[in-house]
Design a protein around this ligand. Structure first.
Ligand code: ADP
Ligand code: MG
Ligand code: ZN
Length: 550
């Protein structure tokens, strides 16, 4: 609202200046003052001309200082203060802001199970500490992009109702030396005064890359930040209730110091969801979408092997957008199918979606491992088989116990070797084709046989001598890391013995799988349909004849 006295810009302003001027010029005694005023004006103009060169230099300086102080203080339209040195970008979320619960995360039940303990601890720390129990300080969530790592960390905070400090590893990588380290210090200070709470570092690999492997020289800054993080993690008492969670999709490049006990020593693997998991994830994301009667989520799940949770969320969204573009009132099956085609096109470039043929190859391969494991006397029982890609492998057959035991007999090693070869042999028997899928198995098998021969004295031909010595891994770049402590002839006979042992094992596996080809077929078909089988399901599938499934 313009008050009567207000000036409008333009003519009005000019009028006012003119009237001010007149009142000043005409004030006082006109006869005496006018020459004096005239002199005043002349000298002011002369001064301006004389000082102009200085003003040209000084004015920008003033402006610059004013602008910088504005940025540092974070006022004047810059919400965070671009130059807020050392202030953590970790934002504090109060409980009510994190509305995510475990029920919003589906398809990764094993990871959820592992985190329930953390939630319990954050809720009632006394229950654990009074017994002298120790809670892990650092939990590292490992999984491919889009599998729900960030979502799960937020769900842990949501479930336990504690403050959640979240930062991204790449936030730390700053231009100014020392800023990252100061941020880490600040973050943990805030966390300590807010305990119990969760500190979540997303994309830990951006910060915690192993020192020395970066091709770019001069990464002092990241190193300093990492060191600060390491010492902060050592420096707080877990029982105060701070839990540091981190997420990464490349655990192999992390600095080993980060993974030592007392730091991120608890690893939670987050796998791509299997067909049942995908159906549940679709249920969550379609809860607010108007679905047509022809949409069958189970069928959609079957059509999307290799999709991560984020891909499925994206699928639902794409389908809804398509339906809107086609002026539908509901999202129908045809929209979903078109959206799948569109997304698969993008994903195939990233090599994550399996074709039908690949899927059946992997199914027979994994069924081969499982069937051999069930038919040799000393193999560990099979607890899970899946054809969902995971890490470098395409499928996965898990036997319990998975840890290496201290002692293994020759017979156990021999059975283990056969299980390793089961995948390759099954491909060959069932499909008459072999694939590159066995590369990792063959590597493991060869390493094992070599150790049996050269270190454990388990070969009759080569006897008890230990050939070569276990030592630090060869320095990369050095031509011969291993100093040869045996003759060329011995080397030859070791090679020969390795290939003969492998050939013997191969023959045995072929016999087993040929005899059990019906079971192989049953397991492979079940895998194609369900993608994942538990130990019990396997047992049920094969009836009493498979006593070793656990
Ligand atoms: P990551 O951190 O592993 O890359 P995010 O947690 O950021 O993946 O997931 C991105 C989005 O994908 C989530 O916000 C969620 O909508 C969806 N999503 C991913 N995984 C799941 C899951 N297991 N259950 C439900 N939604 C999921
Ligand atoms: Mg994430
Ligand atoms: Zn295999």
């Amino acid at each position: 609202m313009a008050k009567p006295g207000d000036t409008k810009f333009g003519g009005d302003l000019f009028e006012r200046i003119k009237s001010l001027w007149n009142s000043w010029w005409n004030s006082g005694d006109p006869g005496q003052n006018k020459p004096f005023k005239f002199l005043l004006i002349v000298s002011a103009v002369l001064m301006l001309i004389a000082f102009a060169p200085i003003l040209i230099w000084v004015l920008p300086l003033f402006l610059g200082v004013a602008l910088a102080s504005m940025l540092v203080r974070g006022s004047g339209g810059f919400p965070q203060g671009i130059l807020s040195f050392g202030k953590s970008r970790g934002r504090v979320y109060a409980e009510q802001e994190i509305g995510i619960r475990f029920k919003d995360v589906a398809g990764i039940d094993e990871a959820k199970e592992e985190l329930i303990e953390i939630v319990e601890f954050l809720k009632t720390p006394e229950k654990f500490t009074s017994l002298g129990g120790k809670i892990p300080k650092g939990v590292l969530l490992v999984g491919q992009p889009g599998t729900g790592k960030t979502l799960l960390a937020r769900a842990v905070a949501g479930e336990s109702g504690v403050p959640f400090f979240s930062i991204t590893g790449s936030d730390f990588v700053e231009m100014f030396v020392g800023v990252g380290a100061a941020r880490v210090r600040d973050l943990f200070e805030q966390a300590k005064s807010n305990a119990p709470c969760i500190v979540f570092i997303d994309e830990l690999d951006a910060l915690g890359k192993a020192r020395g492997i970066s091709p770019v020289a001069g990464h002092d800054e990241r190193e300093q930040t990492l060191n600060q993080l390491l010492s902060e993690m050592d420096g707080f008492d877990v029982n105060k209730g701070i839990i540091v969670m981190a997420a990464t999709n490349r655990p192999e490049i992390l600095d080993p110091a980060l993974l030592r006990p007392g730091r991120f020593d608890r690893h939670v693997a987050i796998d791509l969801p299997d067909i049942r998991g995908r159906e549940k994830i679709l249920e969550i994301h379609t809860a607010t979408v108007k679905l047509g009667p022809d949409v069958n989520l189970g069928r959609l799940a079957a059509m999307t092997p290799g999709f991560a949770g984020a891909d499925l969320a994206n699928l639902v969204n794409e389908a809804a957008l398509l339906a809107a573009r086609r002026n539908r009132t509901e999202v129908g099956a045809s929209e979903f199918e078109d959206a799948i085609d569109r997304i698969v096109g993008g994903l195939e470039k990233k090599n994550r979606v399996m074709s039908r043929r690949e899927k059946s190859m992997v199914a027979y391969h994994e069924a081969g491992h499982a069937v051999v494991a069930l038919n040799v006397p000393r193999a560990d029982p099979v607890s899970k088989i899946t054809i969902i890609p995971r890490g470098i492998g395409l499928g996965h057959t898990r036997q319990l116990p998975t840890e290496d035991r201290c002692l293994m007999t020759r017979e156990e090693l021999w059975d283990r070797l056969c299980v390793l070869l089961g995948g390759r042999v099954a491909e060959e028997l069932a499909l008459g084709e072999i694939s590159t899928g066995a590369a990792n198995d063959l590597q493991q098998a060869t390493d094992m046989v070599r150790s049996m021969i050269t270190r454990y004295g388990m070969s009759e031909k080569l006897g008890l001598a230990a050939y070569g010595r276990e030592g630090p891994p060869p320095v990369p770049g050095e031509m011969h890391g291993r100093s040869l402590e045996y003759s060329e002839e011995t080397a030859k006979s070791i090679d020969l013995e390795i290939s003969q042992t492998l050939a013997n094992a191969y023959r045995r596996v072929k016999q087993i799988l040929y005899r059990e080809r019906e079971h192989l077929e049953i397991v492979a078909q079940a895998l194609l349909e369900k993608e994942t089988l538990s130990g019990e399901e396997l047992k049920a599938l094969l009836g009493k004849s498979a006593p070793k499934a656990a």
